[in-house]
Design a protein around this ligand. Structure first.
Ligand code: SF4
Length: 459
């Protein structure tokens, strides 16, 4: 890690809890009075743009067992029948949405997440794909992606996914070290992960992603460097380097992790900065704060051209304006409105069986929300605030509209995080480490507001 006393000073100043900005406005400010009727209206409005593509997300809320570190919405129901009947409910939800969307059916991005979709049998994997392809037209050049648990994914499954049209795979790796795996309740044979990865490469998959996590129990700098080095040697196209959020109060299963095994805050930051430096030195390009991609990957190319986008499914070049989430706890963004489904299986199923959407909270964005959402997304994806573009797109005068933020921008400049140019603010390399803090300056919901929610720390 670069020796930098200025960095220490900045870390002390800026490392604090804050949103990750996978959405703006952030989830805790969504409202409980946004439900079925509001979502129906949003879908009806969305149907008025029949030629615009859609992004679709399918949530499979099942896992073989609960990993202790995990923050996902998932259950450990293993019965094949449960999975099968869940897909029947998703099919009903899909029919409700498709009827309202009328002719708007073209899909440019289709993502399966969880839980883990690897939990489904081959038969249910085919069934899940078919219920969607019966209703929607997946474009020939669509991004079709899936999250994999390498422990329970075999070559036969990879062949099946390939035949269905999946072209992006995301591997849950976390850390290759066996002791760390034991400390997080997820034993994952390194050899099997590597063999599966090589098999996917031989089968021609591009855009393969590894999820790694820093800040895990028993993770020392030396051990994590091993994992990073092994990852670099394998050369996945994309790496997501997530910050472990230890929230035992809101996620009781995390109490199985011994807090004394966790790295201290300063050790954790060193893990992140060291891994970051190793990936950058080996040629990976930084995307957002904590994603890395090979320079020839389409995400890197899109970023260099300022057209990278991000939604709940991650960074993408295929994002559509509207995306629809299906399944328990899934999130949709339609007609400038967020909508989230109920997060327990029984309640989600009951609502859909009654012929209603299972939306229990959401939010219709105001014009101001949309402007700030655009600015924050551009900052997180393309490392800049394009003043001219914002002024032209939203008919505002930047300095007037964001007058109460100019002082904060000046401080970021003085701290060497931001450079002011004629028509833009650009993040410095140091600023990219503190990107969430800079985004927070534009978040109107944080101003004078004690949200009483737990966010992960910004660095
Ligand atoms: S990490 Fe993946 S496999 Fe483990 S509990 Fe979470 S979603 Fe399931």
């Amino acid at each position: 890690m670069a020796d930098n006393s200025n960095l220490d000073k900045l870390l002390k100043k800026y490392d604090r809890p804050g949103p990750r900005y996978t959405s703006y406005p952030m989830v805790p400010v969504w409202k409980s009075d946004f439900g079925h009727e509001e979502y129906v209206r949003a879908l009806e409005n969305s149907s008025k743009k029949p030629d615009e593509p859609l992004s679709i997300y399918l949530h499979i809320p099942f896992c073989r067992q609960r990993c202790w570190f995990c923050g996902c919405n998932t259950t450990t129901l293993k019965k094949e029948g449960t999975h099968n009947s869940y897909l029947d409910i998703v099919d009903k939800e899909l029919n409700l949405a498709a009827d309202l969307l009328s002719k708007r059916r073209r899909v440019s991005q289709f993502h399966w997440g969880g839980g883990t979709p690897s939990c489904l049998s081959n038969e249910n994997t085919v069934k899940a794909f078919e219920i969607f392809s019966r209703k929607f037209k997946i474009a020939d050049n669509a991004e079709v992606s899936i999250e994999l648990d390498p422990r329970i994914t075999d070559e036969e499954r990879i062949q099946l996914l390939k035949s269905l049209g999946f072209n992006r795979l995301s591997f849950g790796v976390q850390d290759f070290n066996a002791d760390i795996q034991t400390a997080i309740g997820r034993n994952q044979d390194e050899k099997k992960t590597v063999e599966l990865y090589r098999y996917c490469r031989d089968e021609g998959f591009q855009g393969i992603n590894f999820d790694l996590i820093y800040g895990l129990p028993k993770q020392t700098l030396g051990l994590f460097k091993d994992t990073v080095r092994k990852t670099i040697d394998l050369g996945p196209d994309r790496i997501a380097l997530y910050n472990f959020a230890y929230l035992p109060d809101s996620k009781p299963h995390q109490r199985l992790i011994r807090s004394e095994d966790l790295p201290s805050p300063s050790e954790k930051i060193e893990l992140f900065l060291t891994a970051r430096e190793m990936f950058l030195e080996s040629g990976y390009k930084l995307i957002g704060m904590d994603h890395f991609v090979l320079p020839e990957d389409e995400l890197a190319i899109a970023q260099s051209e300022g057209r990278l986008r991000r939604n709940f499914m991650g960074y993408t070049v295929k994002a559509s304006e509207d995306w629809l989430g299906f399944g328990m706890s899934s999130i949709s963004y339609v007609d400038n409105s967020f909508a989230q489904n109920l997060s327990t299986l029984d309640l989600y199923q009951k609502k859909i069986e009654e012929g209603s959407f299972a939306v229990y909270r959401g939010m219709r964005l105001s014009e101001d929300d949309i402007i700030r959402q655009y600015l924050i997304a551009d900052l997180m994806c393309n490392f800049k605030i394009d003043i001219t573009e914002l002024e032209n797109k939203f008919k505002i005068t930047f300095n007037k509209y964001f007058g109460d933020t100019l002082e904060a921008l000046k401080i970021f400049q003085d701290d060497g995080l931001l450079i002011e140019e004629a028509d833009a603010y650009t993040l410095t390399d140091m600023g990219k480490i503190f990107i969430r803090n800079i985004a927070m300056a534009f978040d109107s919901y944080l101003k004078g507001n004690d949200l009483k929610v737990q966010f992960s720390r910004t660095v």
